[in-house]
Design a protein. Structure first.
Lengths: 455, 226
């Protein structure tokens, strides 16, 4: 069964509707059939009584039937109505004119005054016969028993019933269709709030709205409230997490700075300095790496898709400031209005580290290229980022090392040797891939593809 | 050069003050944003090192307020929060560079010197006025390609005068940018330094790099090669 509530309701309500209409149809049909049957039986009895009333016995106990029964069909061949009279020995003593050409019916043992209706179904025709045993007195008062048989074809009854049936089922079918349509619209209307809440939730997921406006229905009020709280919790949780990490970073890094400064004052022995240097370096790198890694959100959540161009421009203008000495030529090619559904901090980390690295190593040129990828058979839709510089590049044998956690390519270049490792890790979280490709400027070039909803 | 340090962690502040003063910088140190903002507004600061995470007013707010008041000395931010979003935020607030904690003092000094240079419109660590050359990162001085040996204070004074070459610099200005608060302004130490610099740079008295303007101050006469 489909999992949608609407189809469940439609299917179960339709099932009940069909059962009801079907049973109602059968009941009506049976009632009508019974009514028609009773009417037929009654007619047969009336015919019987008319025959009884007309029948006479002669003095010799001979059965006499004056011609001209009130029912003209007895006189008409193939009228569907015929009558027979048997004497006590089972001899046919009288038959109506209409019975011509038909089999004489068998004599049945019946008690005096006993009535018996028998339905018979022969190959071509169905009949109903009424048998009755009555005692007739002759003129001298001597009684003799006779069996009266009246047979009527049920053909007219059958056609009457089948006519009724056709009309009945037509009507029931029509009503069923009408009710189904009405029911479908009623369900649609009743499930409207659910559809609205789903629609709004999708909007929240796409980041187009912040909360569910609570105007769906009384029953959904609690759900909407709970969902709103959940959404808020997620946002708050992320924020708290970030702040805690930042505070932790702050509280760890300042003492490490002091330690680092201590050995630079030259009051310690060379051996002490070497140990201190190594240990503090390790501490700063693991603190940096672990904190950054932990702060990476790494998945597409209830965020608005972000416009990439202003974000990248922000980073570029900051880096222009920091590396203004190098007077680099920076070329950008970014799809106008390209948006990507990722956490803002993650995007800052991604582009910040990539571009910082390019600026740091470039001699004169840096380029960044961001485009959306259309979905094809083999690749999902997403974004493609190419960052190039004309610096020394990274040799193939060092690549894996650079992209590994916490490794600096050159210790003498200040700041963040872990940048590329973070980028690599982040791209992994977003199920993308990062490859080193040949740069047209002769330096380092990174090609990054991240699947996801690029808008 | 007068450096403003706003850092709430006392041991790191002490370390910075110690390192900078031993390299010949005049240092003003504040432990909170409010004091720092006051010093930045009132004192003749050349460069500031500001920690972002301050207890009262955040470092970013301090920088924004300074910039709003039209105070343009270069600012280096210290941050433990190495997230790019925060770096960009800091730089957009008006900072000129950032150093992430933990850092090496040398790295901080190199960045700081680069900022001072840049604020004077120089793009390389070499400051050249005719035959006199100084390398601000190595703190080396060459006159006619011969190395000159200067004390830390003499070097700082020469660097300041060369960067502001062609401008009249009062004695007070020199004192303010080279010495801390507690310097005795009536002493003749500046005259003594000027005399020593003239002797060391121009023993033959040919270049006459430093001109005395009576009652107004000094002027470095050789124009800066930009």
């Amino acid at each position: 069964m489909s999992s949608s509530i609407q189809s469940r309701l439609v299917i179960s309500a339709s099932f009940i509707l069909f059962c009801f209409l079907g049973l109602a149809g059968f009941a009506l049909d049976a009632a009508y059939q019974k009514g028609a049957q009773n009417a037929l039986n009654e007619r047969l009895q009336i015919h019987l009584y008319s025959i009884l009333a007309a029948a006479e016995l002669s003095e010799e106990n001979k059965f006499l039937m004056p011609s001209g029964l009130s029912e003209p069909r007895f006189e008409q061949v193939d009228s569907g109505l015929s009558a027979y009279v048997f004497d006590e020995k089972g001899q046919l003593v009288w038959r109506s004119t209409s019975s011509a050409g038909k089999e004489v019916q068998e004599h049945k043992k019946l008690g005096i005054g006993e009535k018996n209706f028998i339905k018979k179904r022969l190959i071509n025709q169905a009949d109903i016969e009424l048998r009755f045993k009555a005692v007739l007195d002759n003129t001298s008062g001597f009684p003799s028993a006779f069996e009266f048989v009246v047979i009527e074809s049920t053909q007219s009854l059958d056609s009457q019933i089948s006519g009724f049936r056709a009309v009945l089922w037509q009507w029931l079918g029509g009503i069923a269709v009408l009710l189904l349509i009405v029911q479908f619209f009623i369900l649609r209307k009743s499930l409207e709030p659910l559809r609205k809440i789903v629609f709004d939730l999708e909007k929240i997921q796409a980041g187009d709205r912040e909360h569910l406006d609570n105007h769906y229905s009384e029953e959904l009020k609690d759900i909407a409230d709970t969902l709103n709280r959940l959404v808020d919790n997620e946002r708050n949780h992320l924020l708290r997490y970030r702040n805690t990490l930042a505070d932790l970073a702050h509280s760890l890094k300042t003492p490490i700075s002091v330690l680092t400064g201590l050995y630079e004052q030259g009051s310690l022995s060379t051996n002490d300095v070497a140990i201190l240097k190594k240990q503090t370096l390790q501490m700063r790198q693991s603190v940096d790496y672990q904190l950054q890694k932990a702060a990476v959100k790494g998945h597409q959540t209830l965020n608005k898709p972000l416009e990439l161009e202003p974000l990248i421009e922000q980073i570029l203008s900051s880096l222009d400031k920091v590396y203004s000495d190098k007077q680099l030529v920076v070329s950008t090619s970014i799809d106008k209005n390209i948006k990507f559904n990722a956490e803002k901090g993650d995007l800052f980390e991604l582009f910040g580290n990539l571009l910082d690295n390019a600026y740091k190593w470039a001699n004169s040129r840096v380029s960044i290229n961001v485009h959306s990828i259309e979905q094809t058979k083999n690749t999902p839709a997403g974004i493609q980022i190419i960052v190039e510089d004309d610096g020394p590049g990274i040799s193939a044998d060092r690549l894996s090392e650079v992209m590994q956690r916490g490794v600096r390519v050159d210790e003498s270049i200040a700041e963040n040797g872990i940048g590329l490792a973070i980028v690599n890790e982040l791209i992994g979280f977003y199920k993308g891939e990062m490859t080193s490709v040949e740069s047209s400027f002769g330096g380092q070039a990174w090609l990054i593809k991240i699947p996801g909803r690029a808008v | 050069m007068r450096v403003l340090i706003i850092e709430d962690d006392q041991s790191l502040q002490d370390l910075l003050v110690y390192s900078l003063t031993s390299k010949g910088y005049a240092v003003d140190a504040a432990s909170n944003g409010r004091d720092g903002l006051y010093m930045g507004t009132e004192y003749p600061i050349d460069v500031a090192i500001i920690d972002i995470g301050l207890p009262d007013i955040s470092g970013l707010e301090v920088i924004k307020s300074l910039r709003q008041k039209g105070i343009n000395f270069p600012v280096l931010i210290l941050t433990a929060r190495t997230r790019w979003e925060e770096k960009v935020e800091g730089l957009e607030a008006g900072a000129d560079d950032y150093v992430a904690k933990p850092f090496h003092i040398e790295e901080l000094l190199a960045r700081m010197n680069a900022l001072i240079r840049r604020s004077a419109g120089l793009s390389s660590p070499e400051v050249v006025c005719g035959p006199i050359k100084i390398n601000t990162s190595a703190q080396q001085v060459l006159a006619n390609d011969k190395p000159i040996d200067l004390t830390a204070y003499e070097y700082k004074m020469l660097e300041y005068m060369m960067i502001h070459s062609g401008r009249v610099i009062s004695k007070t200005e020199i004192i303010e940018h080279i010495y801390d608060q507690d310097f005795d302004r009536d002493s003749n130490v500046i005259e003594v330094f000027v005399g020593r610099l003239r002797k060391k740079l121009d023993p033959a008295d040919v270049l006459k790099p430093i001109e005395t303007l009576r009652g107004r101050g000094y002027r470095f006469t050789i124009p800066l090669n930009k």
